[in-house]
Design a protein around this ligand. Structure first.
Ligand SMILES: Nc1nc2c(ncn2[C@@H]2O[C@H](COP(=O)(O)OP(=O)(O)OP(=O)(O)O)[C@@H](O)[C@H]2O)c(=O)[nH]1
Ligand SMILES: [Zn+2]
Length: 203
């Protein structure tokens, strides 16, 4: 197996006490985390989010994207539901890494969109891998997922990796004037499912 479970601990948060499980990805050398909340019932669709690392949005309060808002809202929804999980995958910048993401932001400051910037740097628009997910879910006892995402390609990637996605739950939060064109590109070029009102409210 390409992912090795290492240890678990409590993770108290503003939304409640999660349990944090650490994994080593033997292929990439990355350290991934699973958070679980409540008792995860076997053979039941479990509410969850597969979140790709975004240091800028998740930890540095960046308004260039919606990642931090999505992470917080997902944790809140899971706590409200009484059970659920987050997989926090260390694939920063859709897989190109933090420094390359900063390079891509530099190109976006000069007018490129998020996809063009990746391409100008010689990368595909999205370089993420999802082969670590099935073994991580297996370890935390989840085999059916109600997935909080706007990204249909993520749903398909999970299915391709043997994960049963019983439902997609939209997660449209965090729109602001700095990420409006980024969200538009996600919807028109990357295929994310965003309802139109997302671009008009809170203006
Ligand atoms: N290369 C690059 N990566 C970005 C940029 N903005 C955000 N990211 C990364 O994109 C990833 C999040 O991808 P998204 O496509 O926003 O979201 P998703 O997880 O696929 O879809 P949702 O589940 O709906 O959020 C994180 O790894 C971020 O670091 C950008 O402009 N360029
Ligand atoms: Zn982000």
């Amino acid at each position: 197996m390409s992912v090795k479970y290492v240890a678990s601990s409590k993770l108290p948060t503003p939304w409640g006490v999660f349990t944090m499980h650490g994994f080593e990805d033997l292929k990439s050398g990355k350290e991934h985390v699973a958070l679980t909340f409540g008792e995860l019932e076997a053979n039941t669709p479990i509410l969850g989010r597969i979140h790709s690392e975004c240091l800028t949005g998740d930890a540095l309060f960046s308004l260039r994207c919606d990642c931090g808002f999505q992470l917080q809202t997902a944790m809140q929804h899971i706590a409200e539901a009484g059970q659920g999980f987050i997989l926090y995958l260390r694939q920063e910048g859709r897989g190109i890494g933090l420094i390359n993401k900063i390079r891509a932001y530099e190109l976006q400051d000069a007018g490129a969109n998020t996809v063009e910037a990746n391409e100008q740097l010689g990368f595909a628009a999205d370089m993420r891998k999802y082969d670590m997910i099935a073994p991580m879910l297996n370890k935390i006892g989840v085999n059916q997922v109600k997935l909080m995402t706007n990204n249909p390609r993520k749903v398909n990637a999970l299915k391709d990796n043997g994960v049963e996605v019983s439902e997609r739950v939209p997660l449209q939060v965090g729109k602001n004037r700095y990420n409006e064109s980024y969200l538009k590109t996600k919807s028109t070029v990357l295929g994310h499912l965003m309802s139109e009102h997302h671009f008009h409210d809170n203006d």
